[in-house]
Design a binder for this molecule. Structure first.
Ligand SMILES: [Zn+2]
Length: 578
């Protein structure tokens, strides 16, 4: 039985209640806590999911999933809730999920930006890109005065669509096969019936309308939280929405701080809408600039993602730039950029693919595409969605513009988000891929312990540890290069009367006579050559670390062992002398 309703979007109070209800019902698997407050003071909820009985969450490698940093992209929250539900519901019945909950921790932050989502889901909605904080700020003393044209719902149907205005100089005309579809005039064409098309809205202050010129206001809430992360952050004049300094916004600061407080995070997915694509770094450089070892992992995970989700996997710089000469900075990609943790941005939902437009270039398609694509979308609207996604043009007496028509695509509910009746089907595409990524993390486990008597009250204690995960204990080459992951440490806790005589670490290095020993980094098998490679594997046991101590103390003493690798988890055990 599902713990959430996947066929509609939750307002904040409902989301809070539903998350806490699940935590109360499954305290063995789910804890819910706030990682910070939004600009308007709402909690940013985070669910920690693991089998608590099998170890503390911080002692296991962890996988992060979030969503809804952009206000209108509420389908991203649904994808998070579906993932959370998937883990809880399949525990005990699905072997992979059960193993994952035993050995890994999942951090799920379904709504990074509760304020923006609340505005978008309000009865009288307001759509902003991200934060609801005013920025760049209106000048003190000038109140909310805005001079231009303000997008808003003016006919009270709860949607913000388009206005079309008849104008012999307009740039748009009706498609001959379907007059609802607006297409551009041919370059050399004149003398037809033309329109201007602008957002539904009105002048905030009609005194500023001169009867002709329309300038659509930029939103007063100009911050894009996904431009406020530390990675390659640039000022507003270079990067729209960046705000005043990296992590200046409380929502972003909460997420960044959480990552630094939880060095066990090994992978991260951020859900967005839309485009139906799996996006990976880099955003600002070509793939050739990435450490090849990391690019190979990214490509393999991408291929798996394509097979499991049906979405293509691409690099942002290579195939998803908004403008060929521009890049976007300060995004969630800082997770790979700074920390060397593999991260993906999932753009849920592709109306184009639903409409049968198979080959399309994500960003270029919006600039220009064949008119047949518009007809295909309209056919999809009519046949698959019962005509709900496109509102046919309706006459309206506009207070400033006179006779106009209101209509067009209901982008918020059918393009930017998955329509309710398809929502569950769409968000069900992701858990298998998320689980795959979580289970490829490094994972520290005990291989063996042994105690050998060397003489009177003298013992050799040997502890063997291994990385049972596919990825190395650093996760990536980038993390290793940037020194983001401290070495594996093993430490004895000695009872009274027991002392260390000598300590030997991995590869025979002497550590004097210390209870603590550094054991370096452990590989997984992500770097292994193919089975028909002619280069021999010269380090076939580089996933194993060995520590040895010579101890002096009475037989029967119990010696505690703690080993910890930041990204691979912790091992706790004990040995008995004699
Ligand atoms: Zn987004």
């Amino acid at each position: 039985m599902a713990h959430f309703d996947f066929n509609r979007f939750y307002r904040f109070d409902e989301l809070s209640t539903a998350l806490h209800a699940l935590a109360a019902k499954r305290p063995d698997l789910v804890r819910v806590a706030s990682i910070g407050k939004s600009h308007e003071g709402r909690d940013i909820w985070l669910a920690t999911v693991t089998r608590f009985a099998s170890g503390e969450p911080q002692d296991k490698p962890a996988f992060w999933v979030d969503g809804n940093i952009h206000s209108v992209e509420v389908s991203a929250s649904t994808a998070n809730l579906y993932w959370l539900n998937y883990l809880v519901e399949n525990e005990g019945t699905d072997a992979q999920v059960t193993r994952a909950l035993d050995s890994r921790t999942f951090y799920i932050c379904p709504r990074i930006n509760p304020d923006g989502a609340e505005w978008a889901l309000a009865d009288s909605p307001k759509f902003v890109r991200s934060s609801t904080r005013k920025y760049p700020a209106a000048l003190e003393g000038f109140g909310d005065a805005i001079e231009g044209f303000e997008p808003q719902d003016i006919n009270g149907d709860g949607r913000i669509l388009r206005l079309r205005i008849r104008d012999p100089q307009g740039h748009w005309k009706c498609h001959p096969k379907d007059p609802r579809v607006m297409v551009k005039r041919d370059p050399a064409e004149a003398g037809g019936e033309y329109f201007r098309v602008i957002p539904e809205g009105r002048f905030a202050d009609p005194v500023h309308f001169d009867g002709t010129r329309i300038r659509v206001n930029k939103p007063e809430q100009g911050i894009d939280l996904n431009r406020n992360f530390p990675g390659e952050w640039r000022q507003e004049f270079e990067q729209l929405g960046a705000s005043i300094y990296p992590t200046s916004e409380p929502e972003v600061r909460a997420v960044v701080q959480f990552f630094f407080d939880h060095p066990n995070i090994t992978g991260a997915i951020s859900f967005h809408t839309f485009s139906g694509v799996l996006l990976r770094p880099f955003g600002t450089q070509a793939d050739t600039e990435m450490a090849p070892e990391d690019l190979w992992v990214y490509k393999a995970v991408g291929k798996k993602g394509e097979a499991l989700t049906g979405y293509p996997a691409i690099g942002v710089y290579e195939e998803f730039r908004y403008h060929p000469k521009e890049v976007i900075t300060g995004t969630f990609d800082w997770v790979y950029d700074h920390l060397g943790i593999y991260t993906w941005t999932v753009e849920i939902w592709s109306p184009m693919r639903e409409a049968g437009i198979e080959k399309y270039e994500y960003i270029d398609w919006f600039r220009e595409h064949p008119e047949e694509d518009d007809l295909k979308l309209m056919k999809w609207n009519d046949e698959a969605l019962g005509g709900k996604a496109f509102v046919d043009w309706q006459p309206f007496d506009h207070p400033e513009l006179g006779k106009v028509e209101i209509g067009g695509w209901d982008t918020v509910h059918f393009i930017s988000n998955v329509p309710a009746e398809r929502l569950e089907r769409e968000v069900a595409k992701f858990p298998a891929w998320l689980l795959h990524q979580a289970l490829m993390s490094p994972k520290l486990e005990l291989r063996s312990t042994s105690v050998v008597a060397l003489g009177a009250n003298l013992w050799r204690v040997r502890v063997e540890l291994q990385n049972t995960g596919y990825l190395p204990s650093t996760v990536s080459k980038r993390a290793a290069d940037r020194k983001q992951v401290p070495p594996l440490l093993a430490q004895l806790s000695l009872p009274e009367g027991v002392s260390v005589v000598s300590t030997v670490g991995n590869s025979g290095a002497s550590f004097g006579a210390l209870p603590r020993v550094e054991l370096g980094q452990l590989t997984g098998w992500s770097h292994k050559q193919s089975g028909t490679s002619f280069w021999p594997d010269t380090e076939p046991t580089s996933d194993i670390a060995v520590a040895e101590w010579v101890l002096q103390g009475p037989a029967g003493s119990e010696v505690g062992v703690l080993a910890r690798a930041a990204r691979a988890g912790a091992v706790r055990t004990s040995v008995r002398l004699g």
